[in-house]
Design a protein around this ligand. Structure first.
Ligand code: SF4
Ligand code: SF4
Ligand code: SF4
Length: 319
């Protein structure tokens, strides 16, 4: 965070918003995955007390905002925040602060380390310019606490179950508990029954694994469900599921990079990702995202192979 010049110049920087009252501003602070430490919280409280009305606002995206800062105090307030490692959030047509739930480090339902993924997304994408505002949310499981499908990019923990006849008592609990009615039983009560999952309707939630006391349902794969184009606002749109149970982090990031590239290619100024998808056509856009990701993957593989070759030559020369 660079702090230069007068309050007016600072007011144009990311995270500093004009308030409706003339001369007053709101500071939007950055809290990746909603995390701040005690030192940062104390400093935020001090700044709010010293330069504003001694109060903060908790935003819907896990952020803290300090309202009522006069333009003459902006520079000093920002400097004090910066000293304690409190960075500014994003405003305008940019990639916003990444939201995430506690994930597997804290929550028993978590399928993966949401904070780590949020940190990687932040390091790669935060504040990158986009045609309109662009939001990302990471959520550890199908409970979807961070509402991933209201975001331009939503990443949700997912499992794929598989069934094992040997351990099944044919109690039928899994059929009743599956939230998407994806489990069906075939066969008769003579031991020749079978439980199947409809992979298309399955929401990868792990309820079957948890309720099956005999451990007949087990997790066969786990990964990320990636959704694109969700938004709230004046024209809300529920996100589109791009791919289920992505096991590789590399593939996940390639698809995200590709989705952003395709968004930038087609979107009109100030047009949200989801609205662009609807205008251009879902099939066309999803196909292009997958294609761009695949060619990115090929390029990466070639690069890796080249690097490996170089390393081998170096080792030979040394020997
Ligand atoms: S989304 Fe799942 S993992 Fe994340 S906090 Fe909610 S229940 Fe826990
Ligand atoms: S809950 Fe488990 S034991 Fe019961 S029917 Fe389903 S798979 Fe079989
Ligand atoms: S993972 Fe969830 S949605 Fe899929 S079959 Fe099991 S209970 Fe049903």
């Amino acid at each position: 965070m660079t702090i230069n010049g007068s309050g007016t110049a600072i007011a144009g920087k990311g995270g500093v918003m004009l308030q409706k009252q003339p001369g007053l501003h709101v500071l939007r602070l950055k809290a990746v995955a909603g995390d701040l430490n005690v030192k940062q919280l104390k400093r935020i409280a001090r700044v709010a007390k010293r330069y504003a009305k001694g109060e903060v606002h908790l935003s819907t995206r896990q952020g803290i905002e300090i309202p009522h800062i006069h333009r003459d105090n902006l520079e000093a307030a920002l400097k004090e925040l910066q000293e304690a490692g409190v960075a500014m959030g994003a405003t305008g047509t940019r990639i916003r602060v990444i939201v995430a739930c506690p994930g597997e480090q804290i929550c028993k339902w978590g399928v993966f380390d949401t904070k780590r993924i949020a940190g990687q997304l932040d390091a790669t994408y935060f504040n990158r310019e986009t045609p309109s505002k662009f939001k990302m949310a990471v959520t550890g499981c199908a409970n979807n606490c961070t509402k991933a499908n209201e975001n331009d990019i939503g990443i949700r923990g997912a499992i794929e179950p598989s069934w094992n006849l040997k351990n099944c008592s044919d109690c039928g609990v899994c059929v009743r508990k599956c939230p998407s009615a994806s489990i069906s039983r075939t066969g008769k009560g003579d031991g020749r029954f079978h439980y199947d999952v409809d992979r298309h309707t399955c929401i990868n939630c792990s309820a079957c694994v948890l309720v099956c006391s005999g451990k007949a349902w087990v997790v066969s794969r786990k990964g990320y469900n990636l959704s694109i184009g969700g938004t709230m606002g004046k024209a809300p749109r529920f996100a589109t599921l791009l791919k289920k149970v992505i096991e590789s982090e590399k593939e996940l990031f390639l698809l995200i990079e590709s989705a952003i590239a395709v968004y930038r290619k087609y979107a009109a100024p100030r047009e949200r990702f989801g609205h662009m998808i609807d205008r251009e056509g879902l099939e066309k856009i999803t196909a292009e995202i997958v294609e761009v990701a695949e060619s990115g993957n090929k390029r990466q593989k070639k690069k890796d192979a080249k690097n490996r070759k170089k390393t081998t030559v170096t080792v030979t020369e040394c020997a």
